[in-house]
Each structure stands twice: as C-alpha cells, then as structure tokens.
Write a protein that binds this ligand. Structure first.
Ligand code: ZN
Length: 403
C-alpha cells in the first residue's frame, strides 16, 4: 500500500469513527446494529470503531435494549465525563478559565479582570493564571486539550491573534505559546465564531445558515454558511462593528471613520448618556447611578428603560434604527435561516428586539425575511466558554454540525 492509500484509509477510518461517535451522542443509547444501519456502514467497521471508542473511554456499554425475542443487544452511550477540556475566554474586560466536560458543561471556572493590561502583559497574566489553574487539575492525562477564544482578527489554523485594537495585541502566536508551555493541543478562535458554533450545536438555533450578532462593549458577528464558518483569508470576516455607516463620521481605532461601532456599542451609548446629563437633560439614569458616572452600566440603562425613562428610550430607538439598517444589509447579503442577537444591550431589552424585528420586516427583501427566524441568543452567560468547547469538540472528535 503506498502512502497516499494509507493516508486515505486512515482518513476514512477517522471519518467513520466520528460518524459512529456522533450517532452515539445524539441517538444513544443505541446498539451496534442500529449504528451500522443508520450510518450505512458495515457491522465490522462499526465494531472496530466502537471498540476503539470504548478503549479510549469516549463510549461505554450499558444494560440491554428491548428485543422481540432472541439475544438482546448491548446498548452504547456517550461518556461526556470521562475526559475534560480546558476553555479560556478572553474578553476586553475579563479572562475566564474553565474546566468543561465533553458536552460543553462548565464544571469549574474562574473569572479574572484584565484591569487595563494591554499587549504582551495580557498574555503574561493569562499564562500566570493558567499555570495556577492547571496546577489545580489533578488528572491532566484525561484532558483532551485547551481551547481559547479571543475577540479580534484570529487565524484559527495558525492560532495567531493578528489584531485586537482594545487589548492592543498584534500577531501573538497564542497556540504555539500554549502548546510549548503545556504540551497540550490548543485551539484558538475568534469569540464570535465560537459563539455561533455553540448556538448551532448546543443552543436553540440548529440552523446551517446562521448569523450571530453581539451588541455590548463592541459589536461583532459570527457567520455560519452551510455549516461552515465564514472566516475570510485572515480570519477577519464578520467585523460587523466596522461596517461604514457615515462617510464623514466619528474616527474609529480601525483607521476608518463612521463605523457602526462608534454609534451603537455600549461605549457609544454611555458617552451619549454622559453628554445628556452634562447638558442638564433630566434622566432616571442619574438617580439610579447616584450621580456616579462609573456606576452607569448596561444594567442601569436597562432599568431606566423598564421604568420608561425618556432619554433611555430615545437612545434605545436610535440603536434599534442603526442596528436594524445594518442587519437588513446582512439579511440581503447572506440570506440566513436565522439571525440572533446577543450581548449586554440585547439581553433583558425586549423593546430593542421588537424594534429591530419590525425594522427588518419593513426593509429587508420580502422573500429573504419572511421565513427567517429572528430572536435572542439562547446560551446565556456561559456562551463564550461553550463556544470554545464547540471549536475543540468539532475538530477533535468530529462533533459534526450536520446530523
Ligand atoms: Zn472601525
């Protein structure tokens, strides 16, 4: 057998193995015979894949299934707790380190503030925290790897953070740094890409054409097309916050002017609130924050909204108009099956969702928007950690998106 044939053979084995594992995960407990039928594989192929999966601890045999006479088949089930993974989520304000099982459930986590660190200092601090966190894990031989997500332009194949303006990181080879230091396979992915995968895999939105948009400190998007992440050449696709909305607008740190980010991110809303207060406009936000500007956070803004504050409502309407227009562009450009909204400004802000939905309804092409699902992101506060887990599980165990 020449090398190429050997390579093909190995690849086919690996593919069959992930097919079998996926079926066990999604349809288990299941018998070997059912697995062979459902995957259209020969019983011997299934048997050898299962044997390997049992030996490695990903699958175990349980009891027996029902049978109409004859020998009862042994059933197989997925073991999400026999191994674990380590997930790291870097945001512009915190670093979260977690231990998770193979169904993306958080088993333990720590959150640490970034506290104004920038560039190399962020990485130094992260490695220091990771050293301690790893030292606390007793059974590292059962760890399948480390998955890191980070905002900015990230090359997933090289594991390099090319560019993050807020944390001032450029060309940081995070994958290599981690693999050299910890001797463990490491994945690095953009945070929004991670979250859209997690919403697809573990959330309420099992669509192959899915767009996730986050509106919080900044704006971002993750775009899934036919179950593939849209990355672009350098991993920079989906920089939704830097789409131009005003050719002569506010200067942006990306080098352009008039980026969407400068108009509707929380940072933009916050500065509009401060200006309004400074010019004497009455608002509940001032009472709710007791006159302390540092206490004006998204939850205070949303409380003011709930209490009917005029300034908060005006700003929310303005955000909805800008966001609606930008989303109509995405709908018309990508024709997604579902488009979901997450981030601090979206959660607990049903009016924003309603207004954006109405905007899409009025302005997007009817054929594209009529049956499009639009809703709130479903994964809650662990979404980024679940995203990191999704990236690793999809690659390592072939947890395919298609079922
Ligand atoms: Zn920009």
């Amino acid at each position: 057998m020449n090398n190429m044939k050997k390579g093909n053979h190995k690849l086919i084995q690996a593919l069959n193995r992930s097919k079998v594992l996926n079926k066990i995960r999604t349809e288990g407990p299941i018998s070997r015979i059912e697995l062979a039928k459902k995957n259209k594989l020969s019983p011997s192929t299934v048997a050898s894949a299962v044997q390997e999966l049992i030996r490695e601890g990903y699958v175990s045999e349980i009891g027996t299934g029902s049978s109409s006479g004859g020998r009862k088949p042994i059933l197989l089930k997925f073991n999400p707790d026999n191994h674990f993974l380590l997930a790291v989520s870097i945001t512009n304000s915190v670093m979260i380190l977690a231990r998770m099982n193979l169904e993306a459930k958080v088993l333990a986590k720590e959150t640490h503030p970034i506290a104004g660190l920038q560039g190399e200092a962020v990485i130094e601090r992260l490695l220091h925290l990771m050293d301690d966190f790893m030292a606390g894990q007793k059974d590292l031989e059962r760890c399948v790897g480390i998955s890191i997500n980070v905002p900015g332009i990230v090359s997933d194949s090289q594991g390099v953070v090319h560019y993050n303006t807020k944390l001032r990181m450029t060309n940081i080879p995070l994958k290599r740094i981690f693999e050299d230091r910890y001797g463990m396979r490491t994945w690095v992915e953009n945070d929004m890409n991670s979250v859209v995968l997690a919403e697809r895999r573990f959330g309420d939105y099992a669509f192959a054409n899915l767009i996730y948009i986050s509106i919080g400190d900044g704006l971002g998007s993750g775009i899934l097309i036919n179950d593939h992440l849209l990355r672009g050449k350098h991993g920079g696709a989906g920089e939704f916050g830097h789409t131009s909305v005003n050719r002569s607008g506010i200067r942006c740190e990306c080098g352009n002017a008039g980026c969407l980010d400068s108009y509707i991110s929380w940072i933009a809303v916050y500065s509009r609130i401060i200006t309004a207060i400074a010019t004497g406009r009455p608002t509940l936000i001032q009472e709710l924050s007791r006159g302390d500007y540092s206490k004006i956070v998204p939850s205070v803004f949303k409380e003011a909204l709930r209490k009917g504050d005029k300034l908060a409502r005006d700003l929310n309407e303005e955000v909805a108009e800008h966001l609606g227009a930008a989303i109509v562009n995405l709908v018309n450009m990508f024709n997604p099956e579902a488009l979901i909204l997450g981030g601090d400004l979206a959660h607990g802000n049903p009016e924003l969702l309603d207004m954006v939905s109405a905007y899409i309804d009025r302005h997007a092409m009817p054929i594209l928007k009529d049956d499009m699902v639009f809703g709130l992101a479903s994964l809650g506060e662990e979404d980024k950690l679940m995203g990191a887990a999704s990236v690793l599980l999809q690659d390592l165990l072939g947890f395919s998106l298609m079922e």
